[in-house]
Ligand binder design. Structure first.
Ligand SMILES: Nc1ncnc2c1ncn2[C@@H]1O[C@H](COP(=O)(O)OP(=O)(O)OP(=O)(O)O)[C@@H](O)[C@H]1O
Ligand SMILES: [Mg+2]
Length: 485
C-alpha cells in the first residue's frame, strides 16, 4: 500500500520536528542555567559557612588549640555540612571530623597551598564515599586570616552535600520537561489547526479543478479569502465562466452547422421534387380540371375527381413549403410596430378563430419601439406560432399574446409571448419541435416552427418554449429593436 503524505500531514510533521528541536534546546539551556545558579548559590552558602566556622573557632585558632577545634567542628556538622578540615599555613590538616579520617584524598590536600590572597575561594564538585555511600559534594576552601595579621594562618575546607541541589535540579528538570511537553502538544495542536485552515481552501481548489477537468464547468469554487488562494480561485471561476460561454457558443455553432447541412440536403430534395413532380402534377391537375369543366361526367365521378384535386392541392402545398423552407431569401428590413405585424398575422386566421370560438387576448406595452424587420417574414413567424396554438386549443378556449420591452439579458429587444391553454408539449420535446419535419399532426408537415426559427435567427433573435403556469404552451420570441442582418 502506498502511503501518501498529504499537505497538512507534511506541514504538521515539519512543525512537530521543529518544535521538538526548539523545546529541547530551550529545556536544555534553561536547565544548564538553573544548575549553574543553584551551584553558585550553594558555593556562596559554603563560603558563608566556612567564614562562620572561622569566627566560631577563632579562640581555638588563636591559641593553636587543635583539640578545641576538633570539638568545635563536631558541633557544627549537620545533614548538609558533611565534613570540615582545618589546615595550618603549611597545608597540614590539623583538625577534621572523624568520618573522613580514612579519606586521604579529602583531608590531606589543601587546594590553597601557597595562595596568600585573602579573598581566594577554591570550589570543586565531586562524589565522596562517606559511610559506605557515594555522596555528591561541593568542596569549598577559603583562607584564614586572623584580625590584624596579613599572614595567612591557614585555611578551612568544608564539604557540603549536593544531594539537595541534585534533587532540586531533578525537580526543575521534571518541571521543564512537563512544560516542554505541554508546549510541544499545544504547538502541535496549533500547527494541526493551522495546517487544516491553510489546506482546506487548497483542497477545495483541487476538488474544483478536478471537477472542472471532468467537464463540470458549472462548478464554482467557493473561496472568498483575499489571499493568493482566493485570487487563484477567482481566476479559476473566471476561466470556467469563459469556458462555459465558449462551450455554449460552440454548441450553438454546431447546432447551426447541423441545421445548415440539413437545410442543404432538404434543398437538394426539394429541388428534385419540384423538378420531377411539379410539371407532371400541373398537367394532371389541368387535365382533371378540363374533365370536370366538360360536365359530361356523373356526380359520383365528379366527386372522385374532387378528392383527387384536393390531394393534388396538398402535394402542391408540401412542395411550396419545402421550397419556402430551403430558400435563403434576403431580408428587406423596415420599421414596423410589433402590434401591426401581430394584427395582420391574426387577421389571416380570423375565420378559423371565429369557427372555433377562440378568443385572442392581446396586451401590447405602451410606447413599444418599432422593430426593424422583414415584415412578410415576421408575419409568417407569428402566423405559424398562432396557427399551432389555434390547432392545439379546444373550441371555446383563448390564446394570449403579449408584447413588451425586454429586460436584463433581453434588454434592447422586444419580447413577444404567445400562450395557449391547449394540450401542451412535453419538456423533453421543447427543442425537437424546431427540427424540420417534426410533427405530431396527421396532416402536418413539421416545417412551421423550423421555418419560424430560421427567420427569427436571421433577425438575430431567438424563439423558444418557456415555462408557463397551468396547462398549455407558451412561446417567447425576442426580436432586436435595431439589429437586422
Ligand atoms: N401551441 C402548441 N401546443 C401544442 N403542441 C405544439 C404547439 N406548437 C407546436 N406544437 C408541436 O410542435 C410540432 C411541430 O410544430 P410545427 O408547426 O413545426 O409543425 P406542424 O404544426 O406539426 O406542421 P406544419 O408544418 O403544418 O406547421 C407540432 O406537430 C406539435 O406537436
Ligand atoms: Mg404548425
Amino acid at each position: 500500500m502506498k502511503l501518501t503524505m498529504t499537505l497538512p500531514r507534511r506541514f504538521t510533521l515539519w512543525i512537530a520536528f521543529l518544535l521538538v528541536i526548539l523545546v529541547g534546546a530551550i529545556t536544555w539551556v534553561t536547565e544548564r542555567r538553573e544548575v549553574s545558579t543553584i551551584y553558585e548559590e550553594t558555593k556562596n552558602k559554603g563560603v558563608l559557612i566556612a567564614k562562620n566556622l572561622i569566627d566560631h573557632n577563632l579562640r581555638y585558632l588563636l591559641n593553636y588549640d587543635y583539640d578545641g577545634l576538633q570539638t568545635g567542628i563536631r558541633e557544627q556538622l549537620d545533614d548538609r555540612l558533611l565534613y570540615v578540615v582545618f589546615y595550618d599555613k603549611f597545608a597540614t590538616a590539623i583538625a577534621y571530623n572523624r568520618e573522613i579520617a580514612e579519606l586521604n584524598a579529602v583531608y590531606c590536600c589543601s587546594r590553597l597551598q601557597g595562595d596568600n590572597r585573602p579573598d581566594s575561594v577554591a570550589a570543586q564538585a565531586k562524589d565522596v564515599a562517606l559511610g559506605g555511600k557515594l555522596r555528591p559534594v561541593i568542596e569549598i576552601e577559603i583562607p584564614i586570616f586572623i584580625h590584624g595579621s596579613s599572614d595567612r594562618w591557614g585555611s578551612v575546607k568544608v564539604g557540603l552535600s549536593l544531594a539537595e541541589m541534585r534533587a532540586e535540579v531533578r525537580r526543575t528538570r521534571l518541571v521543564l520537561i512537563l512544560m516542554g511537553l505541554v508546549g510541544f502538544l499545544l504547538g502541535l495542536g496549533g500547527a494541526t489547526v493551522l495546517a487544516r485552515r491553510i489546506s482546506r481552501p487548497i483542497e477545495k481548489l483541487v476538488e474544483g479543478t478536478v471537477r472542472i477537468s471532468q467537464g463540470d464547468f458549472d462548478h464554482r469554487i467557493e473561496i472568498s479569502s483575499e489571499d493568493e488562494i482566493g485570487n487563484l480561485a477567482r481566476s479559476f471561476n473566471d476561466m470556467t465562466a469563459r469556458l462555459l460561454d465558449a462551450r455554449g457558443q460552440m454548441e450553438d455553432a454546431h447546432r447551426k452547422l447541423v441545421q445548415a447541412e440539413k437545410l442543404a440536403s432538404i434543398g437538394r430534395l426539394a429541388a428534385t421534387i419540384a423538378h420531377e413532380i411539379r410539371n407532371p402534377l400541373t398537367s394532371v391537375k389541368l387535365n382533371i380540371q378540363k374533365i370536370v369543366e366538360d360536365g359530361r361526367l356523373g356526380p359520383p365521378e365528379t366527386e372522385h375527381l374532387a378528392i383527387s384535386q384536393e390531394g393534388i392541392a396538398q402535394i402542391e402545398k408540401f412542395i411550396k413549403e419545402l421550397l419556402n423552407y430551403t430558400r435563403v431569401a434576403e431580408l428587406h428590413p423596415e420599421r414596423f410596430p410589433v402590434a401591426l405585424i401581430l394584427e395582420e398575422s391574426a387577421k389571416v386566421l380570423a375565420d378559423a378563430f371565429r369557427e372555433k370560438r377562440i378568443a385572442l387576448e392581446k396586451r401590447i406595452e405602451d410606447g413599444l419601439p418599432e422593430i426593424l424587420v422583414d415584415g412578410d417574414k415576421m408575419r409568417q413567424v407569428f402566423l405559424n406560432v398562432l396557427r399551432n396554438s389555434l390547432e392545439a386549443t379546444s373550441p371555446g378556449g383563448r390564446i394570449k399574446v403579449t408584447a413588451a420591452r425586454g429586460e436584463g439579458a433581453a434588454a434592447g429587444k422586444v419580447r413577444v409571448r404567445i400562450s395557449d391553454g391547449g394540450c401542451g408539449i412535453p419538456e423533453k420535446d421543447w427543442e425537437n419541435i424546431f427540427e424540420p419535419f417534426y410533427t405530431t399532426k396527421s396532416s402536418g408537415i413539421g416545417l412551421g416552427l423550423a421555418i419560424s426559427r430560421r427567420i427569427v435567427e436571421q433577425h438575430k433573435g431567438t424563439i423558444r418554449v418557456v415555462r408557463k403556469r397551468g396547462p398549455g404552451t407558451a412561446f417567447e420570441i425576442l426580436i432586436p429593436v435595431e439589429e437586422a442582418s
